[in-house]
Design a binder for this molecule. Structure first.
Ligand SMILES: C[S@@+](CC[C@H](N)C(=O)[O-])C[C@H]1O[C@@H](n2cnc3c(N)ncnc32)[C@H](O)[C@@H]1O
Length: 451
C-alpha cells in the first residue's frame, strides 16, 4: 500500500475511529467521520488491517461540527465530539447493530436495535471527575487532566465542557495552592510525589461537591490536613474533603482506605424522587439525568407488565435500581460485592423510609448459588466485563419471568445474550441510551423472556 493516500471514510469503528477500505484492506483513521475525504499517512500495516494518521481533511463530511472543546484532539475522553449530536446517536445505534451483526448473513442474534435515546444534557453532564496528577519538570507546578489517547501523558485541562464549570475552578485552585502546602504531583515512573489523583463527585440535584485527594502515603500529614481544609473553606459547594491512601504500584485509582478530613463523606443526589448518597468510591452513573431515563424506562416496563413483582437486583451498586423499583414491587433483593456501597444503600433505605429492599454485600454468583428464592424479575447491571457463566446459569434458575439486562458494553452484552438464548431465553429488542455523549460508549437495556 502507498504511504500517503486520499481515502473516503465509510463508517465508524466500535472504538470511535473512522474506517476506510482500499483494495479490501480496512484502514482505521482516528479523528475522522463517515463521509470525510481525507489525506492519510499509513503508520502501521498488518495482514488484516492498517492504521492511517490524518494529514489533511480534503472534503469534510456534512456530519462534522466544530468541537466545543479546544482540547478534543489531544485529550482521550471525547473521541467523537466533532460529529454532530444527532449523528452521534445514529452511530451508537450502528455500533450496537455491528456487534449483533444485523447486516450480516448470519447475525449473532435475531434482534431489532432501537434508536438511541439521547442524553438530556450534552454539556456539563459528567458528575464524576477523576483527574490523574503529575507536575512540571522545572517549576514543579501540578498538572491535572485526562490522559492523551493510548498514553499515560496527562493533558493539563483548564476547561472541560462536559463537566460542571465549578470542577475546573476547584482543580485550578488545587494547582495554585499545592506548593503552599508542599503537595507534589505523582511521578508514576518513579512512584514518587504525593498527589496521585483528584476525584470530584457532584450532585446534579443539590450541586453539592465531594473532593477526594488520592495520596501516595499511608497517613495524613499536617500539610495535607491544611490543604484539604483550604479547599473546603474556599468553595461553598464543597461539603466534604476526603483523603484516599494509595501507595500501590498499580493503575488503581482509589483503594478501600479513605479518611474524612473535613465536612461529610458523601453528597446527596435525587433521582426519581429518591434521595441517594454518593461517597468517594461509590459506583453511581456518571450522567445522572441520562441514568434517570433508564430507571424510568425499566420502571414503566415493570409497571405496565407486572403487579407487585418480586425483583432480584444484581450488581446493585448502592441498589439504585432496586430502590427506584421498590414502590412498585412486593419485595426487592439487591446484591453487590462492595461493602461500602451496601452500607450507603442501607442509609438510603433509612432516609427514604423504604422497608421492602433486602441488601447483601456478596458476589452475585455466590448469593444465587445458595438462595432458595425465585423472583419474577432479575435486573442484571454488571461491569464492562459482563456476567460470568455461573451468574447467568443461576440467574436463569431463579428468574420466573424476565431478565432486564442493563449493559455499558455491547460486546459483552451480545456474548451474554447469545449464551442466554442458547439456554432457551428469548430476546427481540435492544434499547440503546446515550450516557457518555461525545464518546463511542453506549449503554443498552434489553428485556429477556425466560418463561
Ligand atoms: C455497572 S455497576 C452498576 C451499579 C448499579 N446497578 C447502578 O446502576 O448504579 C456494576 C456494579 O457491580 C459490582 N460488581 C462487580 N462484580 C460483582 C460481582 N461479581 N458480584 C456483585 N457485584 C459485583 C460493582 O462493584 C459495581 O457496583
Amino acid at each position: 500500500m502507498e504511504k500517503e493516500l486520499v481515502v473516503e471514510i465509510i463508517e465508524l469503528s466500535n472504538l470511535g475511529a473512522g474506517i476506510a477500505k482500499v483494495d479490501g484492506m480496512v484502514i482505521f483513521v482516528e479523528n475522522t467521520c463517515p463521509e470525510d475525504v481525507v489525506k492519510i499517512e499509513i503508520v502501521k500495516q498488518t495482514k488484516n488491517y492498517a492504521i492511517g494518521k490524518l494529514i489533511e481533511i480534503v472534503t469534510p463530511s456534512k456530519h462534522r461540527v466544530t468541537p466545543m472543546c479546544p482540547m478534543q484532539k489531544v485529550c482521550g475522553a471525547c473521541q467523537i465530539q466533532f460529529i454532530n449530536y444527532d449523528y452521534q446517536l445514529e452511530l451508537k445505534k450502528k455500533i450496537v447493530e455491528d456487534y449483533v451483526g444485523v447486516n450480516r448473513d448470519n447475525p449473532k442474534i435475531n434482534v431489532l436495535v432501537g434508536n438511541t435515546i439521547p442524553s438530556p444534557q450534552i454539556k456539563e453532564f459528567r458528575h464524576k471527575i477523576q483527574y490523574p496528577i503529575s507536575e512540571t519538570k522545572n517549576s514543579k507546578r501540578l498538572i491535572a487532566g485526562y490522559y492523551k489517547p493510548k498514553s499515560h501523558e496527562i493533558v493539563n485541562i483548564k476547561y472541560c465542557p462536559i463537566q460542571p464549570k465549578l470542577c475546573d475552578n476547584i482543580i485550578e485552585y488545587i494547582r495554585e495552592i499545592a506548593s503552599t502546602y508542599n503537595v507534589s504531583g505523582y511521578n508514576e515512573k518513579k512512584y514518587s510525589g504525593l498527589l496521585r489523583h483528584v476525584v470530584i463527585r457532584v450532585s446534579s440535584d443539590t450541586g453539592q461537591i465531594l473532593v477526594t485527594l488520592v495520596i501516595n502515603d499511608t497517613k495524613v500529614s499536617k500539610n495535607i490536613k491544611h490543604f484539604a481544609n483550604d479547599i473546603f473553606n474556599n468553595f461553598d459547594e464543597v461539603v466534604g474533603v476526603c483523603v484516599n491512601f494509595n501507595n500501590k504500584k498499580t493503575n488503581l485509582i482509589l483503594t478501600d482506605n479513605t479518611e474524612l478530613i473535613c465536612g461529610q463523606d458523601y453528597i446527596e443526589e435525587k433521582l426519581c424522587d429518591i434521595t441517594f448518597r454518593i461517597g468517594s468510591n461509590t459506583f453511581f452513573q456518571v450522567n445522572p439525568k441520562s441514568a434517570e431515563n433508564i430507571f424510568k424506562y425499566v420502571k414503566n416496563y415493570i409497571k405496565d407488565n407486572f403487579d407487585k413483582p418480586t425483583i432480584f437486583d444484581a450488581y446493585a451498586g448502592i441498589a439504585t435500581f432496586g430502590i427506584v423499583m421498590s414502590d412498585i414491587a412486593h419485595k426487592v433483593v439487591s446484591v453487590e460485592e462492595n461493602e461500602q456501597s451496601i452500607k450507603i444503600a442501607n442509609d438510603v433505605l433509612k432516609i427514604n423510609n423504604i422497608n421492602n429492599v433486602e441488601l447483601h454485600a456478596m458476589d452475585t454468583a455466590k448469593y444465587l448459588e445458595n438462595t432458595p428464592e425465585k423472583f419474577d424479575i432479575t435486573i442484571l447491571d454488571p461491569p464492562r466485563k459482563g456476567c460470568s457463566i455461573e451468574s447467568l446459569d443461576r440467574t436463569l434458575k431463579v428468574t420466573k419471568s424476565k431478565i432486564i439486562y442493563v449493559s455499558c458494553n455491547p460486546q459483552t452484552l451480545i456474548r451474554d445474550l447469545e449464551y442466554l438464548i442458547s439456554k432457551g431465553a428469548k430476546v427481540s429488542f435492544i434499547q440503546p441510551f446515550d450516557m457518555f455523549s461525545h464518546s463511542y460508549h453506549v449503554e443498552c437495556v434489553t428485556i429477556i423472556d425466560v418463561e
